[in-house]
Ligand binder design. Structure first.
Ligand code: SF4
Length: 63
């Protein structure tokens, strides 16, 4: 599973960083940065939760 953030839609709420800091971090303006686009199996459920909670629907998952 791979994940990426649509930079033009991310508004920097930081929800994804709080839900899964192993995969998402924030740049110095609070916008999401992907630390690991190839999601380890153990983190897949957590990344799906982050995707579902992003208020801007800015997170995309490729299964
Ligand atoms: S939750 Fe969505 S809008 Fe907020 S920082 Fe993460 S990707 Fe961006």
């Amino acid at each position: 599973m791979r994940v990426h953030v649509k930079a033009n839609e991310c508004q920097g709420h930081g929800t994804c960083v709080m839900v899964c800091p192993e995969v998402f971090s924030a740049d110095d303006q609070g916008f999401a940065v992907i630390e690991n686009a190839e999601v380890p199996a153990a983190l897949e459920d957590t990344v799906r939760r982050a995707e579902s909670q992003c208020p801007e629907r800015a997170i995309e998952i490729d299964d």
